[in-house]
Design a protein around this ligand. Structure first.
Ligand code: 0O2
Length: 260
């Protein structure tokens, strides 16, 4: 696959000045231009095939999480996560990320240098559910933990908090079994609210008072952290007061409604 190489310098007609360190909300290349490039290099089919494998890996991990959610909902009388979202990274975002890392847009680099082509975001109510779910997932014998980044215990300077797992999961195709990487981000509802707002600001062009907003965001991240901890303590007190029989729930007892 080494010869499947797209030279970024050949894209001179495209605006390649996007530096993701600065506040920009434009893309340096369009989806159409990426498609054109893949066609020119005769790797469009290989690229599609690779994306299909990531999609399969996404399905595998998402199903595992859905299964855990159903089982734990019955065992603990609450759903460990509120919602789950998954996506395959857009070709334009793949291109941008490789460029940010100073790498060419090659199939090898897509596969070996990026870990979040397949991404799942799991939104939990409570921080302890995040760790419990992550543990249950990585304990499964067909899951290989590649790396765990705990931005909850060690938040980023921006204030960003989440638990990231990069895992490898096998997919079974007609002719082969292959391990594919999937990034799973676990966050509380409050952390997700914060990250969405901060993401908007990060990629917005010409924003006024960016420094003050960044400062406010860091302050809000601390408040959110305190709130998450307080909510968990309240839940623990409520759980401790519950008579045992109230904690037992049987299948069909509106588990799905709680998730909707
Ligand atoms: P997008 O547009 O969300 O997909 P690495 O090479 O693995 O060390 P990487 O992949 O940047 O570098 O790892 P990291 O730092 O774990 O970030 C992966 C993803 O986490 C990002 O993907 C974001 O989705 C999210 N993330 C990380 N830091 C922040 C942050 O400060 N704020 C927000 N809102 N999200 C963050 P992408 O591809 O950068 O972006």
């Amino acid at each position: 696959m080494a010869e499947n190489r797209l030279d970024l310098n050949s894209l001179s007609r495209v605006n390649l000045s996007a530096d993701r360190g600065s506040l920009v909300d434009f893309k340096s290349i369009s989806a159409g231009e990426i498609e054109e490039l893949l066609k020119q290099e005769n790797i469009i089919e290989e690229f599609r095939y690779l994306m299909m494998k990531y999609e399969c890996a996404l399905l595998e991990v998402k199903t595992k999480l859905d299964v855990l959610n159903k089982e734990l909902a019955i065992r603990n009388n609450r759903n460990p996560f509120e919602s789950i979202r998954s996506r395959i990274k857009e070709p334009v975002s793949i291109y941008e990320k490789l460029k940010r890392k100073g790498l060419d847009f090659t199939l090898d680099n897509v596969e070996n240098e990026l870990s979040d082509i397949a991404g799942i975001r799991v939104i939990c109510s409570f921080v302890d559910d995040i760790y419990m779910l992550a543990e249950c997932l990585i304990q499964q014998d067909d899951i290989e933990l590649v790396v765990q980044k705990d931005y909850i215990s060690s938040p980023k300077d921006s204030g960003y908090r989440s638990l990231h797992l990069i895992v490898e999961v096998p997919i079974f195709l007609t002719q082969e079994k292959e391990y594919m990487k999937v990034e799973v981000q676990f966050r509380t509802i409050a952390m997700d609210f914060w990250a969405s707002l901060e993401h908007k600001m990060k990629y917005k062009k010409d924003i006024e008072n960016a420094d003050t907003i960044a400062e406010d965001l860091r302050f809000s991240a601390d408040l959110i952290n305190q709130l998450d901890r307080r909510m968990q303590q309240i839940r623990e007190r409520i759980d401790a007061d519950k008579p045992r029989e109230e904690l037992i729930q049987f299948p069909g007892n509106n588990i799905d409604e709680k998730n909707s």
